[in-house]
Design a binder for this molecule. Structure first.
Ligand SMILES: C[S@@+](CC[C@H](N)C(=O)[O-])C[C@H]1O[C@@H](n2cnc3c(N)ncnc32)[C@H](O)[C@@H]1O
Length: 258
């Protein structure tokens, strides 16, 4: 396991955010990222169309629990990518154990579960988002119509131990969308990625994010010590150009050998 102290970020020049006290109350996403209109309004239902899914994804969104309560662009990009991979290779997610970090509304994990009923998905986030994620999982994968829902909602705070309900050793795929925005959480997220991908373990980590602030580079400097990044080149023709123009990037992370 990697100790968080090994991941201390370079000292920030910003005086507004402490990088040393991870227990401090978290400022809102909007106070840290340049303002941009959310893709949805507060407390409403929205539909996300993902090619390859028979049904639209119904999402209750609620800006109340913070930034994760609405759907962000990287989540939609990552959802479309896994759906495309599944379309060209239907066994891609078959029987896979999938973990989503910082799931927010639950979108990406729900899409994974809808694409492949034999997959087992854990959509995770902080406790404040769990009710919303549960509502969304139930909207799209109602327990009344499926014998057993294959998307589980779980609290997982980066930097902490993996909850015992998640079979960490057996996770095959890790998905993370729009999780780079809050500097004090950078070392926590890197530690979590290291915990999920110990040296030598075969695991696919798909990491999608939207470039926002210069400070986000610090995350990638920390990450580089432990992971190589490979740009996803096998997305549907033309997709990458579209999302890159919107500042969204999608990479595969591979743990370095040492
Ligand atoms: C910008 S939102 C992205 C939500 C979703 N992945 C999407 O693309 O719509 C970032 C998410 O990371 C979660 N997050 C932030 N810090 C976290 C931490 N320390 N542990 C777990 N989740 C965290 C937030 O609660 C939020 O849901």
């Amino acid at each position: 396991m990697v100790a968080i102290s090994d991941l201390t970020p370079p000292r920030s020049r910003s005086t507004s955010v402490s990088t040393t006290n991870s227990d401090a109350a978290l400022p809102s996403f909007e106070s840290l990222a340049p303002p941009r209109p959310p893709t949805t309004k507060a407390a409403e239902e929205t539909h996300v169309l993902v090619d390859g899914l028979k049904d639209v994804v119904k999402l209750k969104v609620d800006a109340g629990p913070g930034c994760g309560g609405i759907a962000w662009p990287a989540g939609e990009v990552l959802s479309r990518y896994i759906a495309y991979r599944h379309q060209i290779n239907p066994s891609y997610l078959r029987n896979k154990k999938i973990l989503e970090l910082g799931s927010g509304t639950g979108l990406v994990g729900i899409v994974a579960g809808m694409l492949e009923p034999s997959a087992e998905v854990w959509a995770t986030d902080q406790s404040i988002l769990l009710d919303l994620m549960e509502v969304n999982a139930e909207l799209n994968l109602p327990t009344s119509t499926t014998q057993r829902r294959n998307v589980h909602i779980a609290e997982y705070n980066w930097g902490e131990q993996v909850p015992s309900t998640i079979p960490i050793e057996n996770i095959d795929v890790v998905l993370a969308a729009d999780c780079v925005y809050f500097e004090p959480a950078f070392p926590l997220l890197v530690k979590t990625l290291c915990d999920l991908a110990p040296i030598g373990k075969e695991i696919e980590i798909l990491f999608c994010w939207k470039k926002r602030r210069k400070a986000d580079k610090r995350f990638f400097i920390m990450l580089k010590k432990y992971f190589n990044q490979y740009i996803i080149e096998d997305d549907k023709s033309g997709e990458k150009e579209i999302y890159n123009r919107q500042g969204v990037n999608l990479v595969k992370l591979v743990r370095k050998k040492q």
